[in-house]
Design a protein around this ligand. Sequence first.
Ligand SMILES: *Cc1c(COP(=O)(O)O)cnc(C)c1O
Length: 394
Amino acid sequence: MIELAAELAGLRQAGLHRQRRLLAGPQGVRPRIDGRERLAFCSNDYLGLAAHPAVIEALRESAARDGVGSGASHLINGHHQAHEALEEALATFLGRERALLFSTGYMANLGVIQALCGRGDQILADRLNHASLLDGAQLSQARLRRYPHADTERLRALLGSSRAEGSLIVTDGVFSMDGDLAPIPALAAIANATGAVLMLDDAHGIGVLGANGRGTLEHAGFHGDEAQAAVPILIGTLGKALGTFGAFVAGSAELINFLIQRARSYIYTTALPPALASASLAALRIAAHEPERRDHLQRLINRFRAGAHTLGLALADSPTPIQPLIAGDVDTALRWSRFLEDNGFLVTAIRPPTVPQGAARLRITFSASHADADIDRLLDTLAKLPNSAPKESQ
Ligand SMILES: *Cc1c(COP(=O)(O)O)cnc(C)c1O
């Protein structure tokens, strides 16, 4: 057992002790945090839907009609027509036969990997994948083999040297702390050539990437049956670009039926409140039918990147609303974050173990609710960042 006091003291000493900020009122680009309004660049509310009036209204109406609690798991009697309507809309939106709702993306990843893999199988995972994919792999008891970030040659070699019964390749679509994209065409080709199955966690791509917001696959030029063949298992969350809460798996009718039978994090938990599904359906409609939100977001990203380039800030290779500024050590990341805070901003410092040692950073994110002037204000302040010269990576 861990010695609590010593462990906490160690975290404090290393600058790794975390504290929660207190949000009052809605999430947005000007949240009231710890009693003060700040201009925020750190939420995942990429399309500005978390407090959209139509989404709020859908939640309110559905709660008045359907109540609050679902009262049971999906397989007892908690599966509501609001859930069913959202699953059908998600499947149609993504061009898949079916979709299955989970309570969170974390639980979707645990449930899917645990249901599909077991002893004798192997899971090949990008080293920068989200923690929930790693935890799902561990839960499944399959052999976990991690390849260096986006290193498809190494992945190919690992698959070549294997005697596993089945192989599942799992990757983030948009890497959550770096904003860069998985090399989907190469991963799909490797999966196809080796008989492995490719699973994509597109938590940060759905709603954001592609002309229609279908995510990383659409961005990479995969559509319809071709997308389904390349990536038979697609995970998305509703808590990011869609601004609500919950998650889903999309795929073949057979896959979804199997998960209903076997995914433990689906079976042994209370179904989401139906009103949340109604709110998510409203958000999905907006995401699908208002491409101008994506266009505006893309212009903000371009504006930021051009400005940061002019300032000589070291940018990552990210075409997404996640734009990290690597500080290196924890102290620098914290100093930057505090400096921004003193100037009226909120940009959280991201520290190990969320990111690798020596890669502490500011994770700057944009939302369609930001205005050009917000980006310019941020850039003006970043220009004065203490020790803003990028450090050698360690
Ligand atoms: C946020 C995130 C998740 C977890 O989704 P939740 O719905 O927040 O539990 C899973 N995978 C990735 C890549 C994420 O960024």
